[in-house]
Design a protein around this ligand. Structure first.
Ligand code: AKG
Length: 241
C-alpha cells in the first residue's frame, strides 16, 4: 500500500522507538564510508563544481524501515514548487511539474525528530557540516507516475537571511524496481534510488553563484515506491533554536 494512502495520526499500536538509533558508522555495520565523508567535507571547504557524491548504506535497511514507519504518522500534503509568478515574485505553488506528497519536519513524530537529529549528528561527524545551517527536513513520497521536472535547487535565495543552498542532501528510503532515480541532465548522469543511499551535490560555484549544470529531476516512478528525506545546507545559519 502506498505510504500516503495509509496515513493516520493516532494509530492503535505503534512500534516502540528504537533505543539506540543510528550508532556511529563504525559500530552500526551500516557500511558508511568515512573516505566519502572526507570528499564531502572537501566540498564544504572549497566547493567543487558539477559533482555528485554517493554514500551507499549511509542508513541501514532497518533504519530506513524505522523512518518509513514513523513517516506514516506525519502529515502529508501535495508537494509545492517555488515558482516565478506573473507579478515577478516567487511563491510555493501547486504545479503539474511536481507530482508527489511532502511531509514537513514540523509534522514529524517525536521519534522521527530524534532520528533526523541523529542523521544530522552523523553529517556533523562525517562531513563537519554546521547543523544550524541546515533547512528543516522534508519527507517526499511519489505515487506511480510521480516525478519532479528538471529544476535547480539554488539561485533563488541570494537575499535570504541564510543565503543560498550550498548542498542538497537527499536520502532514499526505498528501492523502486523501475524509475524514481534522480537525473542530472547536464551531467548526463542518473543516480538510482536505493534504500539507505545518500546523494549529495553542490549547487553553487565557489563564488556563491548558482551552478546551472546541477539541473536535475526526479525521474517518473514506474513501479514500486519512492520515499525520500531531503534537506539543504545554506550558506549561513538557517535555524535558530
Ligand atoms: O527525489 C529526487 O530524486 C529529487 C528531489 C528533488 O530534486 C527535490 O526535492 O528538490
Amino acid at each position: 500500500m502506498p505510504l500516503t494512502a495509509s496515513l493516520c495520526l493516532a494509530p492503535a499500536s505503534r512500534p516502540p522507538a528504537p533505543a539506540h538509533w543510528l550508532s556511529p558508522p563504525d559500530e552500526s555495520g551500516s557500511g558508511a564510508k568515512k573516505i566519502s565523508g572526507r570528499q564531502i567535507a572537501d566540498i564544504l571547504k572549497k566547493p567543487l563544481t558539477s559533482e555528485v557524491f554517493l554514500i551507499d548504506h549511509f542508513l541501514s535497511h532497518e533504519e530506513c524501515d524505522q523512518i518509513l514507519e514513523e513517516l506514516r504518522f506525519a502529515i502529508w500534503r501535495p508537494s509545492l514548487t517555488y515558482m516565478l509568478q506573473q507579478d515577478g515574485t516567487r511563491r510555493d505553488v501547486l504545479s503539474p511539474y511536481r507530482v508527489s506528497k511532502t511531509a514537513q519536519q514540523k509534522w514529524f513524530s517525536d521519534e522521527l525528530q530524534a532520528m533526523v537529529a541523529a542523521i544530522e549528528r552523523r553529517f556533523g561527524e562525517m562531513f563537519g557540516l554546521e547543523k544550524a545551517n541546515l533547512e528543516y527536513w522534508q519527507g517526499t513520497d511519489y505515487p506511480i507516475g510521480g516525478s519532479f521536472y528538471y529544476h535547480l535547487d539554488s539561485g533563488y535565495w541570494e537575499d535570504h537571511y541564510a543565503g543560498d543552498r550550498i548542498l542538497t542532501l537527499l536520502l532514499y528510503l526505498t528501492t523502486p524496481p523501475e524509475g524514481g532515480g534522480t537525473h542530472f541532465r547536464a551531467l548526463d548522469r542518473t543516480v538510482e534510488a536505493k534504500t539507505g543511499r545518500l546523494v549529495v551535490w553542490s549547487n553553487l560555484f565557489p563564488n556563491g553563484k548558482c551552478n546551472h549544470r546541477m539541473i536535475h529531476s526526479s525521474v517518473p516512478l514506474v513501479e514500486g515506491r519512492k520515499t525520500t528525506l531531503i534537506t539543504w545546507l545554506r550558506q549561513k545559519q538557517f535555524r535558530f533554536f
